[in-house]
Design a protein around this ligand. Structure first.
Ligand code: DGL
Length: 255
């Protein structure tokens, strides 16, 4: 199947990696809009217009499935009457599938971008499931930290400590409500001592159970389409995807 994924940068690779691990050789198109990173603190009106361009772009690419590998834009879809039905692809929401991983009695800490928290799509989805023990924390320094390649070491430690020092053993589940955050998953687990929910697992469940996507054998190819600094994206994606046997192709594009 022809599958599109998009994010503001390398975050969505945390989704792509799990999709590849589970479903193998489909035709993947990954849009890294790193010209506009971070999405988490940009004006919603700008991101909404930009999202229209992204969806039109994938329409012209004729993808059959478009996976939102970005919680911030998915929040915009959910909370600003953004119509994803007028396209020829099926739009896969990350938030809807993440929330399926939470049980009714769980106490939850949602970590996400400022825009995601302020838009409130996660909170609404959790409350609709009668999940009421919810705390939210925006972590705006995580995305720049990760996009600059500081995934461990002193710099990462001090940012993690800044946000999470008071979160130890207080929650059953911690939702990594930004696709960049699973890159810091081990450290977040250590700081919170909670069970971690990676929304990418919810997407994999959806593709298995609702789309009935098959696992295909053969050489895996990913087309990376990058709007900003392509060398930086290439460098970091190679590190993150180092265990994945595949053939990446990088191309600079303009939306
Ligand atoms: N990784 C994206 C998300 O899931 C966007 C983060 C950002 O660019 O601030 O929200």
């Amino acid at each position: 199947m022809k599958i599109g994924l998009f994010d503001s940068g390398i975050g969505g690779l945390t989704v792509l990696k799990k999709v590849i691990e589970n479903f193998g050789n489909h035709e993947y198109f990954y849009l890294a809009d790193n010209l506009n990173v971070p999405y988490g603190s940009k004006p919603i009106s700008f991101l909404r217009e930009n999202l229209k361009n992204i969806l039109s772009f994938f329409q012209t690419m004729k993808v059959e499935l478009l996976i939102s590998a970005c919680n911030t834009t998915d929040s915009i879809v959910k909370k600003t009457n953004f119509d994803t039905k007028n396209y020829t692809f099926t739009y896969v929401s990350i938030i809807e599938n993440a929330v399926k991983k939470i049980g009714r009695n769980d106490s939850v800490l949602l970590l996400a971008t400022e825009n995601t928290i302020n838009l409130g799509a996660y909170k609404e989805a959790l409350l609709n499931k009668k999940i009421v023990k919810i705390e939210e924390k925006a972590c705006p320094l995580f995305v720049p930290l990760i996009e600059e390649g500081y995934w461990d070491g002193q710099m990462a430690e001090s940012v993690l400590r800044f946000y999470l020092q008071d979160s130890k053993s207080k929650y059953q589940k911690v939702i990594l409500g930004c696709t960049h955050y699973p890159i810091l998953e081990n450290q977040i687990r250590k700081y919170t001592n909670s069970s971690i929910v990676d929304p990418a697992d919810g997407i994999v469940d959806f593709l298995k159970n609702e789309v009935n996507l098959d696992r295909l054998d053969g050489k895996i190819k990913v087309n990376y389409l990058v709007t900003g600094n392509i060398e930086k994206f290439k460098f970091l994606s190679k590190i993150f995807m180092k265990d994945v046997k595949y053939h990446p192709i990088f191309k600079k594009i303009q939306l």
